[in-house]
Ligand binder design. Structure first.
Ligand SMILES: Nc1ncnc2c1ncn2[C@@H]1O[C@H](COP(=O)(O)OP(=O)(O)O)[C@@H](O)[C@H]1O
Ligand SMILES: [Mg+2]
Length: 221
């Protein structure tokens, strides 16, 4: 089986009242299982929009998006939500942890909504694996940026989704934490044989991926 995710001439336009903005202008590419792909491009070039399409958080205005044999075009909102839960893990630049939940609760929640038994034990072992054994019962406000991002990574990957998406995951971190987080993302995606699609400005990090995709003004170079 050769492709996990396939874009065929995908376009995306945002409509704000009478104003239509073409953001993705006919993009075709695919990601293989267990492949790490870096997406690079200037600010405003369409990187986040591309990830939103991959996650089924935006619908293409034209073209086809297929995930294995699933055609995302044909799913309704509820089906897309289920699709995301099963197949996609997302890490953003801002961590979006639930402030009133501890590190452990933020991660185990992702399992509990899938009715998994032993959610707490499972979440705890992953957090320990990510080096957070002494932070399990801390709230996000009591954690450093790097620690919060590790919790967010744990939450995104706890269900072992075949595709991890990361949108400038180190954008809010200092150099030392950036290196730690990016190496961690690459390591876990290799370990769990997940595909990883990583938006980054860091060329050294991009070079550690299997492939670099460059986007400019809504088109691939
Ligand atoms: N909801 C929206 N409505 C209209 N235009 C948008 C919207 N979201 C993003 N854009 C525009 O789409 C273009 C690409 O944005 P984005 O995908 O966020 O780029 P990047 O992540 O590469 O910085 C930008 O010009 C941005 O202003
Ligand atoms: Mg962006």
């Amino acid at each position: 089986m050769s492709e996990l995710l396939k874009f065929s001439d995908v376009q995306l336009a945002y409509q704000n009242g009478p104003i239509r903005t073409e953001v993705i202008k006919g993009i075709s590419f695919s990601i293989k299982p267990n492949e790490r792909v870096a997406i690079v491009g200037k600010s405003g070039s369409g990187k986040t929009s591309l990830l939103m399409l991959m996650a089924g958080l935006e619908k293409p205005s034209a073209g086809k998006i297929d995930f294995h044999s699933i055609s995302l075009n044909e799913l309704n909102e509820d089906q897309l939500t289920d699709f995301r839960k099963q197949h996609i893990g997302i890490v953003f630049q801002s961590f979006y942890l639930i402030p009133s939940y501890t590190a452990l609760e933020n991660v185990s929640l992702a399992l509990e909504i899938n009715f998994e038994k032993n959610a707490k034990e499972h979440a705890e072992s992953l957090l320990v694996e990510l080096g957070l054994q002494d932070r399990l019962h801390h709230f996000p406000s009591q954690l450093s940026g790097g620690e919060q991002q590790r919790v967010a990574i744990a939450r995104a990957m706890i269900n072992k989704p075949p595709l991890m998406l990361a949108d400038e995951p180190t954008g809010n971190l200092d150099e030392e934490n950036s290196l730690l987080i990016s190496n961690l993302l690459l390591k876990v995606s290799l370990q769990y044989q997940q595909s990883l699609c990583l938006v980054t400005h860091d060329l050294d990090l991009a070079k550690k991926c299997d492939r670099i995709i460059q986007i400019e003004n809504g088109k691939l170079l």
